[in-house]
Design a protein around this ligand. Structure first.
Ligand code: H2B
Length: 97
């Protein structure tokens, strides 16, 4: 799958994914939870969805926070798969609010 241009990424973000930012390499969003267990449960739910679509986040977890960076390694950029995964992650997060 072909990587989108930086302008295409910015346009798509501002039209669709309000909670995500783009640093030129990754789509990014930070999440915060009440506890470590909630944060880890969120990551587990995402892991199962990521596996289904064979597209996986780069992420880190510190106690109750999760930082997620998305890009498509194979395409060396952002593709539609990253937007699909970001959308899935946002839907999963709805269950943790
Ligand atoms: N996830 C992400 N984020 N980028 C990729 O390029 C990617 C992936 N490639 N998950 C997939 C797996 C690929 O390696 C397999 C073979 O489909």
């Amino acid at each position: 799958m072909k990587a989108l241009s930086k302008i295409e990424v910015k346009e798509f973000l501002s039209d669709n994914l309000k909670n995500w930012s783009f640093d030129g390499n990754y789509l990014k969003r930070d999440f915060e939870f009440k506890t470590f267990v909630e944060a880890f449960s969120f990551m587990t739910a995402i892991a199962l969805e990521a596996e289904k679509i064979d597209h996986h986040p780069d992420w880190s977890n510190v106690y109750n926070s999760v930082r997620i960076n998305l890009n498509t390694h194979d395409a060396k950029g952002i593709t539609k798969l990253d937007f699909d995964l970001a959308d899935t992650i946002d839907r999963v997060f709805e269950n943790y609010k």
